[in-house]
Ligand binder design. Structure first.
Ligand SMILES: Nc1ncnc2c1ncn2[C@@H]1O[C@H](COP(=O)(O)OP(=O)(O)OP(=O)(O)O)[C@@H](O)[C@H]1O
Length: 319
């Protein structure tokens, strides 16, 4: 097998059976998939489409009904290969009475990492997931977002080559989500292979290089995110400060060539970008921004904006 291929599944199929051994649910149907070294690969699909089943088959926690899966060229059923894998389950199973530091040392000991190296990794990981200030608090006191962060750190304690993350951003606010996405990109820069599962589409679109879409256990789409999202038969022309007369001429040219003009408008940012910009700006300059201020508008001089009137609409605010 090509050493660039980290995961390969062939005709991978899972049928869950009932107590009597009768087939109950066809959870995964003949999945053929390859994931390459250094890519961020997204497994997408609605609830019950087979994402977690696929991950469990890759980890060797379940046996396939038919077909096979290989990781690093070894059969998925060989659990020794799991030492090279980091896994963040959908629900993190954390010992509630340990603090962040103790949690990571516990998992580090399971991987038999020597004490000096373990201490170095624990300190680095706590810093990386932004839990330094809370590292001595028991995990039971953590918010959902903090639990997700310690779960990610735990998945990385063995410095894995491949990382499986089941819903890594669930329960995180947009700032936490954006930080976790940055961490995932950094892992890719370090040559790690990352498989994410989830249904938070905006996040998946943002970070995945390629995606697979599952529905009722069947692979329905597979490819580069950019290719899948490109609308091939629509052409966009972006300009800045275009005079109205030029626009009229462009419209004429488009019509002369027999093409249909679908629309002329201004681009919008995403809600995520807007949210992050507002929160970050508010942290840097408390009380400066007023509701309705538009991006790119100069900030009012200090003292005039008055945090006492936070909801005063700016002129021209869209209704
Ligand atoms: N242990 C089990 N026994 C029987 N059926 C199961 C079992 N685990 C999962 N299933 C069924 O298999 C199908 C796929 O489930 P799976 O958990 O893989 O989906 P998923 O895509 O991860 O869903 P979600 O987004 O809700 O986590 C579902 O119909 C589910 O009910």
């Amino acid at each position: 097998m090509n050493s660039d291929v980290i995961i390969e599944t062939r005709n991978l199929t899972k049928v869950y059976r009932d107590f009597w051994g009768r087939p109950k649910v066809l959870a995964l149907k003949a999945l053929d998939l390859k994931v390459h070294r250094g890519e961020i690969f997204g497994l997408l699909g609605p609830n019950g489409s087979g994402k977690t089943t696929t991950i469990k088959l890759l980890l060797g926690l379940l046996f396939p009904t038919e077909g096979e899966a290989f990781l690093f060229g070894e059969p998925a059923t060989n659990v020794a290969k799991n030492e090279r894998i980091g896994y963040l389950p959908e629900e993190s199973y954390l010992y509630k009475f340990l603090n962040a530091e103790e949690t990571l040392h516990f998992y580090g000991r399971l991987f038999k990492i020597d004490p000096a190296e373990r201490k170095k990794r624990v300190d680095q990981l706590i810093d990386m997931v932004g839990l330094s200030a809370a590292k001595h608090r028991q995990v039971r006191e953590y918010s959902k977002g903090m639990q997700r962060r310690i779960g990610l750190a735990q998945a990385l304690i063995n410095d894995p080559e491949m990382i499986l993350l089941d819903e890594p951003t669930s329960g995180l606010d947009p700032i936490g989500t954006s930080e976790i996405k940055d961490r995932i990109r950094e892992l890719r820069e370090r040559g790690k292979t990352i498989v994410l599962s989830g249904h938070l589409l905006a996040d998946m679109q943002d970070i995945c290089d390629r995606i697979a879409i599952l529905h009722r256990g069947e692979l329905k789409e597979l490819g580069q995110v950019r290719d899948l999202l490109t609308v091939q038969d629509v052409t966009q022309i972006k300009t800045k400060d275009l005079p109205p007369a030029a626009l009229t001429e462009i419209e004429e040219v488009v019509r002369r060539h027999g093409a249909e003009l679908l629309g002329v408008d201004h681009p919008t940012t995403t809600l995520e970008e807007l949210f992050l910009r507002i929160v970050r700006d508010s942290e840097l300059h408390p009380g400066r921004r007023r509701v309705g201020d538009r991006p790119g508008m100069p900030a009012p001089p200090a003292g005039e904006d008055g945090s006492s009137a936070p909801t005063a609409p700016a002129a021209g605010r869209a209704s």
